[in-house]
Design a binder for this molecule. Structure first.
Ligand SMILES: Nc1ncnc2c1ncn2[C@@H]1O[C@H](COP(=O)(O)OP(=O)(O)O)[C@@H](O)[C@H]1O
Ligand SMILES: [Mg+2]
Length: 255
């Protein structure tokens, strides 16, 4: 590795020539990508651009075809997903993982137990679970749902369930958080609420957000990466991306 390509520790995430092929289809191709500590970066691009696949490479859900990934200064290219999570990589869970007939707080505690390998035991005093409850409450507070802690999941609105997803990802106190379309399916008011929640998260958390809604992407992130056909099409500030006619063609052309 020459000096120019070295991470030097200032990047939370550093990908070089990242490529993922599914058979003959290169879903992600030669992606060079770096995000500094505490940055909030939006990744946008038309459907099928390779955004979700890019996240799956970062979190280890898919092995790379070629290229490398450095997370928080460590080469994780060959590490399994759970080891990347242990290093501080968080991602949102699908709401299908929630237990609809349990309360919000119990869902978070159950999730925290899973993360820490704790098993519920009738022989343990209930107080031994107290640290889990305070972690869960802290996460709920971050997404503005603390007063909904004892509501059953099935009685939450769809927007609130998406907020619980974020809270679940926060329980492990991630240093780098991947959010794949957190506003998908939300009403304009719920989307607005979600972007306010994301903007209000601990500023030391590095956040990568895939976002189809350009207004949300531009309000949450200072810097944007545009993917198109698996490649980085352009990177720039919100204004640069908005003002680029070629981005408008590829991005809005589909709609
Ligand atoms: N597991 C998979 N197997 C085969 N092809 C896939 C798989 N996942 C994604 N693809 C293909 O890779 C391309 C990029 O998909 P994806 O990363 O989901 O795009 P985006 O999230 O930007 O909409 C698409 O053509 C998609 O059909
Ligand atoms: Mg996607």
């Amino acid at each position: 590795m020459n000096g120019k390509n070295m991470n030097n520790g200032q990047n939370a995430l550093f990908c070089q020539k990242l490529t993922k092929a599914f058979g003959g289809l290169e879903a992600v191709k030669d992606v060079d990508f770096r995000v500094t500590h505490g940055e909030r970066r939006a990744i946008i691009g038309p459907n099928g651009a390779g955004k979700t696949t890019f996240f799956s490479l970062i979190n280890g859900q898919h092995p790379v075809t070629s290229g490398s990934i450095e997370l928080l200064g460590q080469d994780v290219t060959k590490l399994p997903a759970h080891k990347r999570a242990a290093l501080g990589l968080g991602r949102t869970f699908q709401i299908t993982n929630l237990f609809p007939t349990q309360t919000v707080i119990d869902n978070l505690v159950i999730s925290a137990m899973g993360l820490m390998g704790t098993k519920f035991s009738m022989l343990k005093p209930l107080s031994s679970y107290r640290p889990l409850y305070s972690k869960a409450e802290e996460a709920l507070k971050s997404v503005g749902l603390l007063e909904r802690d004892s509501v059953l999941i099935k009685n939450l609105s769809y927007g609130e369930q998406r907020q619980v997803e974020i809270a679940m990802a926060l329980i492990s106190r991630p240093k780098v958080l991947l959010l794949d379309e957190p506003t998908a399916g939300l009403s304009p008011a719920e989307s607005h609420m979600m972007s306010e929640i994301i903007k209000g998260l601990d500023p030391s958390i590095t956040i990568l957000i895939i976002e189809h809604d350009m207004d949300v992407a531009l309000s949450v992130a200072d810097y944007i990466t545009v993917l198109h056909e698996g490649r980085v099409f352009m990177e720039g500030s919100a204004d640069e991306v908005r003002g680029n006619t070629r981005v408008q063609e590829i991005y809005f052309g589909e709609e």
